[in-house]
Design a protein around this ligand. Structure first.
Ligand SMILES: [Ca+2]
Length: 218
């Protein structure tokens, strides 16, 4: 019985952690020119000041957009967005995915890298929410976006932050190099190659495993 209680608490943790965030865990219903849009609503932001293009960020192309469906028209009173510092982001709302009004013009900030912007004085409502980017240096990315119907549920301190890696391609390259090195050693049965190559292969295996863990754990 006690074990069941623990399981129930664990199962309720994601909802509890995302309390009040209308976008928590939602994926967009429409995406154009936006890479990895799920990263904007997975509950994990970049470290403040982290680089704009990383495994924590969703890169938005010029004229790119993402649209989320909240299921029904809901009041939107507060929002926060962590994005590249020197660009403007635009959040618009719609009752029908056809007519749009501006909910929040997200301003630039002077400190470099991924930076959090928050607002608690919004007075809009929407079923559909659209995010686009403009201005700045045309290098747009967002790591997390939250919308709240009441300002009280939104808090900077509740937002989890983790450093992103600069590239998704590195693990693939590492695994290819590791498998290639192992195949070479197996194929060449000369002892000297094993002696010289073993530390290299061990280092590659270690780098590949840590890159894999980094991808799935953090
Ligand atoms: Ca995120």
């Amino acid at each position: 019985m006690r074990r069941l209680g623990v399981v129930a608490v664990l199962l309720s943790l994601p909802a509890w952690a995302a309390e009040g965030n209308l976008l928590a865990g939602k994926v967009p219903v429409q995406v154009s020119g936006v890479n990895d849009p799920q990263r904007m609503t997975d509950g994990v932001a970049s470290l403040d000041g982290d680089e704009w293009r990383s495994t924590r960020t969703s890169v938005i192309q010029v004229n790119g957009s993402a649209i989320w469906d909240l299921g029904e028209v809901k009041p939107i009173r507060a929002a926060m967005l962590q994005g590249d510092n020197n660009d403007d982001y635009l959040l618009e709302g719609s009752p029908d995915n056809a007519t749009w009004t501006v909910l929040w013009r997200v301003h630039t900030v002077s400190d470099p890298g991924m930076r959090l912007r928050m607002i608690r004085t919004l007075d809009g409502s929407a079923r559909y929410v659209r995010l686009t980017a403009r201005g700045g240096d045309s290098s747009y990315s967002v790591s997390e976006l939250e919308l709240h119907s009441t300002p009280e549920t939104m808090a900077d301190s509740k937002l989890k932050r983790q450093r992103g890696r600069s590239s998704d391609e590195l693990p693939g390259v590492l695994w290819a190099a590791t498998l290639g090195a192992i195949a070479l050693l197996v194929h060449n049965k000369q002892k000297i190659l094993w002696v010289l190559g073993a530390p290299f292969v061990a280092a590659l295996v270690w780098a590949s495993l840590t890159a894999l863990l980094d991808r799935f754990v953090g």
